[in-house]
Design a protein around this ligand. Structure first.
Ligand code: RP5
Length: 158
């Protein structure tokens, strides 16, 4: 099982490394490439067509057409991560990624939602992997336990 992460620029790495860290936490194989829908469209095409990944995560900022272009080349699930960028703080990236025309879906995460992109990819893979599904349940349980600890700590400080 493999997830491929495509970033429009190396400047997206600061956000997207959280996706790699999260996928590694679940022992999901991940490959990362920089390929731009506008600057290197042929590279995007060739990468998607030759990739053996089951899921693509595409991250881009500004006029963020990368996820949609990736989705145009494959019927595998594509998860879009709009990247926060100036001057519109990621609203431009969000709308460019989420407003896909009917027929070519992109599962769009929040602006800078790298961690959730990785978790969503893991959830899709877990549909056919019981071990992965168990890991996701443990992850949720651990998260809930951490919130209880934080709640107790906060309550104790008044
Ligand atoms: C997008 O333009 C990239 O995904 C990046 O978020 C943004 C700016 O790219 P750089 O000018 O930093 O390479 O295509």
């Amino acid at each position: 099982m493999k997830v491929a992460i495509i970033m429009g620029s190396d400047s997206d790495w600061g956000v997207m490394k959280a996706a790699v860290e999260t996928l590694k936490k679940f022992s999901v194989e991940v490959e990362v490439t920089v390929a731009s829908a506008h600057r290197t469209p042929q590279k995007v095409h060739d990468f998607v067509k030759n990739s053996d990944a089951q899921i693509f995560i595409a991250a881009a900022g500004m006029a963020a057409h990368l996820a949609g272009v990736v989705a145009s080349f494959t019927t595998k699930p594509v998860i879009g991560v709009p990247i926060n960028s100036e001057p519109f703080k990621g609203l431009d990236s969000l709308l460019s990624t989420v407003q896909m025309p009917g027929g070519i879906p992109v599962a769009t995460m929040a602006v800078n939602g790298a961690k959730n992109a990785a978790l969503f990819a893991t959830e899709i893979l877990a549909l056919q992997d019981d071990e992965l599904a168990k890991k996701l349940i443990s992850y949720r349980e651990q998260m809930a336990a951490e919130i209880e600890i934080k709640d107790k700590e906060l309550g104790a400080s008044f």
